[in-house]
Design a protein around this ligand. Structure first.
Ligand code: NAD
Length: 468
């Protein structure tokens, strides 16, 4: 199969190509187009042209088109999940869940309509606020949840009446390119363009004057560059960025019930989740017991090629990230931290890192302070709840957090003091299409999902009609 871009409803190849590597082997297995500046201009021009009619298409028709696309996605979930595993690394059944879950998500977004708010309806005047689409959206997604995080952008953007140029990460372009091809049957030409390319393409997009808004998911460092680039012509931005999420485990938990949930809240997708638990604060009275249980789960968890039966955790998705995670691990070793290492990893050139629990490192160690985005979890002891809330909040990030306790009133009280956009109590990683998701501080700007997320793709317009 050759993978092509979708520009103006057509297949478009490019002169140059980028290599796509299977992270479970470290070998190139496919190529993807490397979009040129001229092709980007064509995609933006096509989206601008399509916007003229899409914005005036009744919202019910736009919602129906998004529902149709969702059905197409669900029908192709098996085919896409095998491709997903080869380019992203996650086991096939979990890849399938992401794709099927994205289809369900699209359908939920297709149920949403922006409100019409009447501020006054009197003999004097009629005042109403409506929400209008913005124009062409520049959508840029990362490699950790390539399908889901692309759908989070295109579904609300299109329901709102915008048109889109979507760019996946150069590390995981294939599923998204294929989805662009499949969705040609759901949307008029130019409404959804999907392009791919190397490191130059992102900055080329964010500085392109044809976009009205950038919706970006990726690292905080790149997010700052995106915002700088957007400032030149005041493009709207939504930034979903990094996190260094803390979980607080209170002394009253039932470890039989929660240990496995805490483990997968930290390590699912090989810990490459913006909202994974990345700092685990545990009350000293249960610390040793939970540490030993997590270490035992790590030993029993198979790390390997996601295409192989029985694999629970795949490789790190790309070489650069693998090297960053290994550097953090080396730093932990060199500074004398105590490491508990899980099951064996394949030795085949794939980007595998063993599941590693760091036993009570100092608060200022790199492994606590930095977003690892890989399977290295620092576990830290605490005595006083006030102190641990301060430690949890003492981060430049503020994406999500978790509290584990049987005393749900107390847990709610703690949750309200955590400075993050999402807090879970006695669960993890749960997100819904009808509630806003976003980060405090360096974790982002604006939100995705929920009515607030839909309205970020729209501009309020207030009309004052005099009846005097
Ligand atoms: P990244 O910032 O390296 O890349 C993200 C995307 O931006 C890619 O498509 C990339 O090609 C593009 N890009 C790179 N440089 C660019 C530039 N100068 N201008 C415009 N685009 C550019 O991030 P990543 O390594 O792909 O993803 C991992 C990071 O994403 C982690 O920090 C993680 O926490 C974060 N993340 C956040 C969320 C969230 O919703 N808050 C979700 C997933 C991942």
């Amino acid at each position: 199969m050759t993978f092509q871009m979708t520009i103006h409803g057509k297949s478009v190849s490019s002169e140059r190509a980028i290599d796509v590597v299977n992270p479970a082997t470290g070998e190139v297995f496919e190529t993807a187009p490397d979009c040129s500046k001229e092709q980007l201009d064509e995609a933006v021009a096509s989206a601008q042209e399509a916007f003229k009619s899409w914005k005036g298409t009744p919202i019910e028709e736009r919602q129906a088109a998004v529902r149709k696309a969702a059905d197409i996605l669900a029908e192709h979930a098996s085919e896409l999940s095998r491709l997903f595993t080869r380019e992203q690394g996650r086991p096939v059944d979990m890849a399938y869940s992401e794709i099927e879950g994205s289809a369900t998500w699209m359908k939920a977004v297709a149920e949403m309509s922006p409100p019409v708010e009447v501020a006054e309806d009197s003999d004097q005047q009629f005042v109403e606020t409506r929400y209008l689409p913005l124009g062409v959206i520049c959508a840029i997604s990362p490699w950790n949840f390539p399908v889901n995080l692309s759908i989070w952008k295109i579904a609300p953007a299109l329901v709102a009446g915008n048109t889109v140029v979507l760019k996946p990460s150069p590390f995981t372009p294939l599923c998204t390119l294929r989805i662009g091809e499949l969705f040609r049957d759901a949307f008029p030409k130019g409404v959804l363009n999907v392009i791919s390319g190397g490191d130059d393409l992102g900055p080329m997009m964010t500085s392109h004057p044809g976009f009205a808004k950038i919706s970006f998911t990726g690292s905080s460092a790149t997010g700052k560059k995106v915002m700088e680039s957007a400032s030149k012509d005041l493009k709207r931005v939504t930034l979903e960025l990094g996190g260094n999420d803390a979980a607080i485990v209170m002394p009253d938990v039932d470890l039989d019930e929660v240990a496995e949930k805490i483990f997968f809240g930290a390590f699912f997708n090989t810990a490459q989740i913006c909202v994974a638990t990345k700092r685990l604060y545990v009350h000293h009275s249960i610390y040793d017991d939970l540490r030993d249980r997590l270490a035992a789960i790590a030993t029993a968890t198979k790390v390997g090629d996601g295409a192989e039966q029985g694999t629970t955790l795949g490789p790190i998705q790309n070489k650069g990230q693998f090297e960053r995670v290994m550097n953090l691990l080396d730093d932990a070793k060199q500074t004398g931290l105590t490491l508990l290492t899980g099951s064996e990893i394949p030795d085949n050139g794939g980007y595998f890192v063993p599941v590693t629990i760091v036993d009570n490192p100092p608060e200022d160690s790199r492994v606590v302070q930095e977003e690892a985005f890989g399977p290295i979890l620092p576990m830290l002891k605490f005595d006083q709840i006030e102190d641990v809330i301060d430690r949890a909040n003492d981060s430049e990030y503020g994406l999500a957090g978790a509290v584990w306790s049987k005393d749900t009133d107390k847990a709610m009280e703690i949750a309200r003091q955590i400075e993050t956009g999402t807090v879970w109590i006695n669960q993890n990683l749960m997100l819904r299409p009808d509630t806003p998701f976003g980060g405090h501080k360096h974790s982002g700007l604006g939100v995705e999902n929920g009515m607030e997320g839909l309205l970020e793709y729209m501009q309020p317009q207030t009309v004052y009609l005099s009846r005097a």
